[in-house]
Write a protein that binds this ligand. Structure first.
Ligand code: SAH
Ligand code: SF4
Ligand code: F3S
Length: 463
């Protein structure tokens, strides 16, 4: 009798790296014969790929784990696992704390997902693997590319971060920086392009220092990737203002496939707070980089991250963040209330915590400045034509979504399924703070625009 394949469901929290890791785990499990199950309750293996960046990110996962107790009671044979940054940070503690959890592992064990899951299944053992690079060479292995790749794909080219910004947990959960070789990365790019990918988004926590300790660097990788036939768009995240050199800046004016968009978090507009954060640049340095970027590529869309209420932040210092936002006029901004992370260096300022109410008020003031800026910028597209790489079709609404060079999300009402994976010219007819809407210029305008729920572009993610 044939045995039914095991069904796996992965739920992903956190940054693009986790999205990449989840896809990678799904790829490896599928190669092994598992099938993807969209309904968590129906799956034989449920993995939660987690994030530790703020206390709220962890609370969300812990409450989900609580809810899943019912599922385990009803179907005890379900394998329930935690991967990602919480797995790394809490390790065995988490297994003790959550008796219905079977498996805990960190980002460096992503490549070992198959043996880990199979061992739990075979032996019923409860397992923990949260040591950096214990088993795998490093988790920066070639991409797992199945038959068909998406029009836009993430590709992790390095792991870890050596910066140790004082508020940040990432260096503790992802370890030290380690880069893949350019030749290997290019091979992955070619594989993806052969299977239909048009845009690659290179990922690294501190991507500007890609290749550190070797003869290679990010500018070289971008240049080489640019030569690959069939690849139409290149992006990368995340840049650090100190490590973004002139070679990288100038590429935005020279390389047509390198999209005119850059995420460049500034975190705070106050030099005293930047120093406390150990960001290694000043407000003035940051503004000079912005100027150089806009000189090299006047249409570049800059996005950013900022933190309000870092310990000791005064009203005046917060206002320096506000004025920097006003001055630069970002295309997109993610703003967070500072969240203390155990074990990070900022804990030495614990006595100077900014009260929650003040953090909230500052965040609200910041949103009030940023949201109208983004809204106004998006409205400038109305009446213009912008090239959009169509990434997906929303089956429910029968509209198509994609991104323009600046990275703006665009809803296209009259594109056909044949447009998925192609860059098409779209005339923008409407816009708000979170997206643009319009019509493919070379097709009939037969479909009526559906109302799309406005989503705030200037996202205040819960801290
Ligand atoms: N490597 C990237 C991303 C780090 S995490 C970088 O260097 O920018 C994404 C964002 O989360 C950071 O840019 C920062 O704004 C925010 N963040 C990190 N730690 C935080 C904390 N403890 N509290 C609030 N926000 C935090
Ligand atoms: Fe965290 Fe700073 Fe590294 Fe970014 S550069 S991941 S904020 S330590
Ligand atoms: Fe979160 Fe880990 Fe990414 S802490 S932001 S998932 S590196």
């Amino acid at each position: 009798m044939e045995v039914a394949p095991k069904k796996v469901h992965i739920k992903t929290f956190g940054c693009q790296m986790n999205v990449y890791d989840s896809n990678r785990m799904l790829g490896l499990l599928q190669e092994r014969g598992f099938v993807v199950e969209p309904d968590l309750r129906e799956a034989d293996v449920v993995l939660i790929n987690t994030c530790s960046i703020r206390a709220k990110s962890e609370q969300k996962v812990l409450s989900l784990l609580g809810e899943l107790k019912g599922l385990k009671d009803k179907k005890p044979e379900t394998v329930l696992g935690i991967s990602g940054c919480i797995g790394q940070r809490m390790g065995r503690t988490l297994l003790h704390r959550v008796p219905h959890l079977d498996l805990v592992f960190g980002p460096d064990s992503v490549d070992r997902v198959v043996p880990l899951v199979e061992e739990v299944m075979a032996r019923g053992a409860r397992l923990v693997e949260a040591e950096f690079e214990k088993m795998s060479r490093a988790y920066v292995q070639p991409a797992v590319v199945l038959d068909k790749a998406k029009p836009s794909e993430y590709l992790t080219i390095m792991k870890g971060c050596d910066h140790f910004c004082t508020y940040c947990i990432v260096p503790y959960v992802r370890g030290r920086e380690k880069s893949r070789a350019i030749a290997e990365v290019l091979e992955d790019v070619r594989k993806l392009v052969d299977r239909g990918t048009k845009e690659i988004v290179f990922l690294g926590q501190n991507i500007n220092t890609y290749g550190k300790g070797t003869e290679e660097n990010l500018a070289q990788l971008i240049e080489r990737a640019h030569e690959i036939e069939g690849l139409e768009r290149i992006r990368y995240v995340t840049s650090h203002p100190r490590d973004l050199g002139m070679d990288l800046i100038e590429q935005f004016g020279k390389l047509p496939k390198l999209m005119p968009a850059l995420h460049l978090p500034f975190q705070s507009g106050s030099n005293r707070i930047l120093k406390r954060m150990s960001r290694l640049y000043t407000r003035e340095d940051y503004l000079l980089k912005v100027e150089a970027l806009r000189k090299a590529c006047p249409e570049i869309a800059l996005s950013t991250d900022a933190i309000v209420g870092f310990p000791g932040e005064t009203e005046e210092e917060f206002e320096e963040t506000l004025t920097l936002m006003e001055q630069v006029k970002f295309s997109l901004a993610f703003m967070f209330k500072y969240s203390p992370r155990p074990g990070t260096r900022a804990m030495i300022y614990a006595g100077e915590e900014v009260p929650e109410k003040i953090k909230e008020a500052r965040l609200a003031r910041l949103l009030k400045v940023v949201y109208p800026q983004i809204d106004a910028e998006n409205r400038q597209y109305i009446g213009k034509i912008t090239p959009v790489l169509i990434e997906a079709m929303d089956k429910k609404d029968m509209n198509f979504t994609g991104r323009n060079p600046a990275g703006k999300l665009v809803h296209v009402f009259n594109a056909g399924a044949a447009c998925v994976g192609k860059v098409i010219d779209v005339e923008v007819t409407d816009a708000n703070g979170s997206n643009l809407k319009g019509y493919y210029v070379h097709a009939e305008r037969n479909a009526e625009p559906k109302t799309i729920k406005p989503r705030r572009a200037a996202e205040a993610l819960p801290a």
